[in-house]
Write a protein that binds this ligand. Structure first.
Ligand code: ADP
Length: 328
């Protein structure tokens, strides 16, 4: 996650909640991508440090466990930058230009000049972030598979050029496709920081209820007596993700028969959201500022040790290390 603001329910359902479960099965590395925040927000860096602490708190609040997973800050592990530089030497420009998000984001974020080297190169920085841990899997949603594909291509190219004692140094990681329901925001578009339509993991109950009240509904249901359809209603989508089967059944019946009004239905959705958010907010409040600093420091130290291990192999394979002549 990039530290560009507090995390929202979309981030939680689309990524964080899955990550929490993965901790039971895998050795996981989760980081805060502060260098990636610069790719679009380079002109104003004043919020990155505060946002970093907020994102770490959101991670911890959601249930990421620093005792089981490595939670770290990208810029505290300089090896990511070194690998990025080396991989940059072997990555054809065309590979970066054809990453689908490159043109998409340049067109969408019209307020920002994104014709920068860093922006073009961010998928390669991502590839470095991944490959430096020599992982088996990268847990991502569908929207990120192109990035992992690039990562695999770069690893393949590296392995073709360089080997260490005849063996490949950068294994090609596989996508671990995680179910990520696309959560709508209060305006019915995808919930996203950039649209200002989010419900934050830190929003207190009254704010959640107020935001739900303003949420758009089935556009065909104008009057209270009009029948509606939860399948074309963003509030209906919220119910599908967060409500119990019993509530969902009441929503379908009540909406399709005009037996309930949108205000009542939104109240039930708010109830469900508040229930999900409550334990997250209680856990968040249990961490002190000092703990946050210590967790980030400790996690970054662990990540750095692991990353340096890979870099020693990379440098040796490329014969860029004084140690390589004597072996590792
Ligand atoms: P934002 O659009 O708010 O800037 P990001 O693009 O930084 O969010 O997304 C970070 C992660 O959260 C990604 O894994 C993305 O798939 C997930 N995510 C973001 N918004 C949603 C959403 N509305 N529904 C599901 N997943 C989401």
């Amino acid at each position: 996650m990039r530290p560009t603001g507090k995390l929202h329910l979309g981030n939680y359902m689309g990524a964080l909640a899955n990550w929490v479960k993965l901790q039971d099965q895998y050795d996981c590395y989760f980081f805060i991508a502060d260098w990636h925040a610069l790719t679009s927000d380079y002109a104003d860096t004043s919020q990155i440090a505060a946002n970093t602490r907020d994102v770490l708190l959101d991670y911890l609040a959601a249930g990421l466990d620093p005792a089981r997973s490595v939670l770290f800050l990208q810029s505290k592990v300089l090896q990511h930058a070194e690998l990025n530089l080396l991989l940059g030497m072997i990555t054809p420009l065309g590979w970066l230009e054809r990453v689908p998000t490159y043109k998409e984001q340049q067109e969408n974020l019209t307020g920002k000049d994104l014709s920068n080297y860093g922006f073009l190169g961010y998928p390669l920085l991502m590839a470095s972030d991944i490959l430096i841990y020599q992982p088996q899997f990268v847990p991502v949603g569908n929207d990120q598979t192109a990035h992992v594909e690039l990562t695999r291509e770069v690893a393949r190219r590296f392995n073709q050029f360089y080997k260490l004692d005849g063996r490949e140094v950068l294994p090609e990681p596989k996508v671990l496709l995680t179910p990520s329901p696309k959560l709508p925001g209060t305006d019915g578009r995808k919930m996203s920081k950039s649209y200002g339509n989010t419900i934050l993991l830190t929003d207190p109950e009254p704010v959640v209820r107020q935001k739900l009240k303003t949420m758009v509904t089935d556009p065909a249901r104008i009057r209270r007596t009009d029948k509606g359809d939860p399948d074309v209603c963003p509030v209906g989508d919220m119910h599908k993700v967060f409500s119990t089967p019993e509530t969902l059944a009441k929503v379908y019946d009540g909406c399709r028969s005009a037996g309930i009004g949108c205000i009542e239905c939104k109240g039930w959705a708010a109830d469900a959201l508040v229930k999900v958010l409550e334990p997250i907010q209680i856990r968040r409040a249990s961490f002190t500022g000092t703990q946050v600093s210590e967790i980030l420091e400790d996690g970054s130290n662990r990540a750095r040790a692991r990353a340096e291990q890979t870099m020693q192999e990379v440098r040796a394979a490329m014969q860029m290390s004084q140690d390589s002549a004597a072996g590792l």
